[in-house]
Structure formats: C-alpha cells, structure tokens
Design a protein. Structure first.
Length: 499
C-alpha cells in the first residue's frame, strides 16, 4: 500500500567546506550528528524521459530510513508530494497507475543510478523538537542507457520537518548564503544527473509566443491537454476537487474544438470532441450525484427540527447511495482502459500536427474575435427565447440549453484573453456570472425531481412526505429568484462583440 508525504526542501551547491554551523538560526538550539548513510537509487522513466519532462521522479532506493519505491510529483518550487511503496523488484502497480497518463504504452526502464554518501544533521529547538534535516550528499550519477556518461558532485539539502513553518527555510538559506553556499541550479538530483550524463546535450526546445490565431487556439488546447494528463494521478489518489477540475479541462477542449471550427478542421476534431464528452461523462457519474446530495443535505440542515417529519435524513442517504451511477473502481478502470489512453494519444497527435484551416494563419483580432462573437450572440438568442417562455418544463429545458451555451461561450472567451485582452476578459466575467445563475437554476430543477422521487418513496413506506414538499417549495422559490435575476445578467452580455 502506498502512502504520501509532503516534502518541502531546498538544495544548494556545495564545495569542500560542507555544511556551515546553523546553531542559533531560526530557533535552532542544537545541530545533532545523525551519522552517514549509503543510498543507492535507480530512477525509472520511459526511454524518451516523459516523467522527467513533467518534473516527476520514480525511483527504487535502498539504504537510509526510507528504503523502497518513491514517486514524486511537483506541487510548487521546492515542494513535492512523495508517494511511497514497499521495496520490490518491479515497479509497484500502485505507482505505475499514477504515471500511466504520461507513460501509456511505453515501458518504464532503469535510466539513471545515483549513489550518495549522505552526512545527516538534525536541526532541533530547545525542546529537542526537529525543525529540519540538513544533509551533505556526495553524489555519483551513472546513465544506465545508451552511451551516456557519469557525473559527480556534492550538494547540501535542507528538508523541513513535517508540519514545520516554511519561513524557517528562509532563515536557514540566509545563513547559508552568508557562508558562500548558493542555491542549486537544478530542481532535483535526477534533473542534474540527466543533464550531466546525457549523450546528446542539444538545447531544449523553447516555446515561442503565440502570434497567429492558430497559435493562440493551440496554446489554449495544449494547456487543457496538459491539465487532463496532470490531473489523472490526482483523480486516482482521490485528491479533493481533482475530478471536477479534470472534467472542466475536457469540457474546455471540446468547447474550443467547436467554437474555433474556422481555425481547426472539425472533421478531424469532432471525433476527439465526442471522446472528450465520453470522458467527461465518466468523470461526472458520481460527481453530479454528490453535488445534488450536498445541496439537499444543506437544505435539510437549514430546516428547524420541528419541520423534519420522519426519517428524512436516513431516506436521503439511502437514496443517494442507490442513485450513485459509478464508483472509484469503475473510474480507475476507465483511466486504465484503452479508450482513455487512446484519447490521450489522439490529442497528442492532433496537437503535434494540427488540422489548421486558412483562418488559422490570420490575425487573432479577426478570426478569434469572430468566433467569440458568434458564441455570445447564440447565447443571447437562447436566453432571450427561454425568458419569453412561461414558467414550467419548457422554460426549464430552454434555460438548461442556455446554460450549456454559456459554458461554451465562457471557454471561448477564456481562450481569447491572451489574444484580445480586456474585452475578452470582460466577456468571461459576464458569461461566468450567467453560467452561475443558470447552474443554480438547473440544480434546483434536479433537486425538485429528486424530492418528488423521495416523497414517493416515503409515501410507499407509510412515512410523512411533509418535509419533502416543504423543501420542494423552497427550491421553487430559489428557481424563481434566479429567473428574476436573469434579465439583468443578460444585459451584461451586450452584443457579445469583443474588441
């Protein structure tokens, strides 16, 4: 079973002088010598170094106090989540799954071996509480593939104790700099080893600033593709909000394919859009039910106790469990399945060789602005039509269609912001406000459907349906309040023309 540790550390270049005295820095009362450890780590990656390209490291390490498999994900500069698994001969399934969105069908192979002689010091306060671990590492790196070479260096590493204040590291760094110790130019040992042992040290490709309409749309699509890939392991780890964020990234890509059909050939992108819709649906099976249950639970919590008649809370819990359309096991099977991995490959292929149409070579102020205007004009028409209908099922359905269009218009405007600036940003705000109102309205529609079903269950069981009816009436009032706000929100759309 894998476990996770948040690692906050800083690395420094070191010469023969080693670690300076840190007594008195930031409350350090003593520096305790914990001895020297011999560490031997083999780092795994694909032959084309896909994990390293995204800042991930996967290693099998022996020696020290934490021998085993370690997979590290970057969180912020100097901050990584380290996921650990017991020592074994092959990559543990629990870790292999977390890198599958990057690796896909490629093989994970031993790439670099790092052997370190680690001289460890514990920095403790007056009570003996550990503040940080400071170590001096003498490192030898050997490339295990191709005709790569070897490298040696010495570095200082300072890792904050669990639950420590990151500002403590600032104080340590100030002392180190005064002693002539400088921050490392590499974010990790592996990054330095790959750079110094590589058989071919050609400079890395640098992204150029987007110029044409096609450049801007492709930059937006690449960002969403990267988000889908990066969020895959977070979804597998059940990180809060990761499912929602991954789902949004799929929707943004699909919306961009549709909105910018004059820039990218839709005969190529429409099949990808269909697959993105499928993935969003799989991600949303449990998410939609969770949102609805949270809404009904909050509504119930807001009622005075004397207005709750019967086992309403128990009934709601049982209903939610029965209505759940998926499970984590199902979702993990989807992420490991060939359809999802084929979609990722297809996205890579279309972004590497995009099906550009003639408008893609034009100025963003023309082609992108025209696409955004079209989406916002359609949104305005759909909303006007919905508001002309009498209250009821017909209006509810029309407002739901307007809500879907509001999302698409918002995403089109988001993609346009780097090209069009403030005018597109203003449209993002307008569309987001409208989307929020329409989303609340649709949530009320779904809540009322659920309450009718719950009331029927209660009546069949001989229970009172009073509370469900009361909640239904409150949801009706919320929907009416939203509808009253919509005309003002509609006016903020204007003509929907950026620029």
């Amino acid at each position: 079973m894998a476990d996770t540790k948040r690692e906050i550390e800083r690395k420094y270049e070191s010469d023969e002088s080693g670690l300076p005295d840190l007594t008195g820095v930031g409350g350090v009362a003593a520096v305790l010598d914990k001895g020297v450890s011999e560490l031997d780590a083999v780092y795994y990656d694909t032959a084309d170094e896909r994990l390293a390209a995204d800042g991930l490291t996967l290693r099998r390490r022996t020696g020290g106090s934490d021998a085993g498999w370690h997979l590290k994900f970057p969180v912020a500069p100097g901050v990584r989540d380290e996921i650990r698994a017991p020592l074994s001969d092959t990559v543990p399934d629990s870790l292999a799954g977390l890198v599958r969105s990057r690796v896909r069908g490629a093989e994970l192979v031993p790439l670099v071996r790092l052997r370190s002689q680690r001289d460890v010091r514990h920095l403790v306060d007056a009570d003996g509480t550990l503040l940080a671990e400071a170590s001096t590492d003498a490192v030898r790196a050997d490339r295990l593939t191709g005709d790569g070479g070897s490298a040696q260096w010495t570095e200082i590493e300072v890792e904050l104790a669990d639950g420590g204040d990151p500002r403590f590291l600032d104080r340590v760094e100030k002392r180190l700099r005064k002693a002539g110790v400088r921050p490392s130019a590499s974010p990790s040992k592996l990054a330095r080893a790959l750079a110094e042992t590589a058989p071919d040290r050609r400079p890395a490709h640098e992204e150029t600033a987007p110029v044409t309409a096609g450049d801007h749309v492709l930059a937006y699509l690449r960002a969403q593709r990267d988000a889908v890939v990066a969020l895959d392991p977070a979804v597998r780890r059940d990180v809060p909000d990761s499912v929602h964020r991954m789902r949004v990234a799929t929707r943004r890509m699909r919306s961009a394919f549709r909105s910018y059909g004059k820039i990218l050939d839709r005969t190529v992108t429409d099949p990808l859009g269909a697959e993105l819709k499928w993935l969003a649906g799989e991600l949303g099976l449990d998410r939609d039910q969770e949102v609805l249950t949270e809404r009904l639970t909050a509504d119930l919590d807001a009622l005075p106790a004397d207005l709750v008649s019967g086992p309403v809370r128990e009934r709601l819990t049982a209903w939610s469990r029965e209505q759940s359309g998926g499970s984590r096991r199902r979702l993990l099977a989807v992420l490991d399945g060939p359809r999802h991995l084929a979609l990722l490959d297809a996205l890579d292929a279309v972004l590497a060789d995009p099906p550009l149409r003639p408008a893609a070579a034009g100025k963003p102020s023309k082609a992108i602005a025209k696409a955004v205007h079209k989406d916002f004009a359609t949104l305005a028409r759909l909303l006007d039509h919905a508001l002309e209908l009498p209250p009821g099922d017909g209006r509810d359905l029309a407002l739901h269609e307007a809500r879907k269009k509001a999302k698409r218009a918002r995403y089109a405007a988001e993609a346009a912001v780097p090209a069009l600036g403030d005018s597109a940003a203003a449209l993002v705000v307008s569309a987001k406000t409208l989307q929020g109102l329409l989303g609340d309205h649709q949530d009320s529609v779904m809540a009322r459907l659920a309450l009718r079903e719950l009331a029927a269950w209660a009546e069949t069981a001989g229970e009172s349906a009073f509370t469900y009816g009361l909640l239904y009436g409150r949801e009706e009032r919320r929907a009416a309040d939203v509808e009253a706000e919509l005309p003002a929100a509609r006016r903020t759309l204007g003509a929907g023309t950026p620029g």
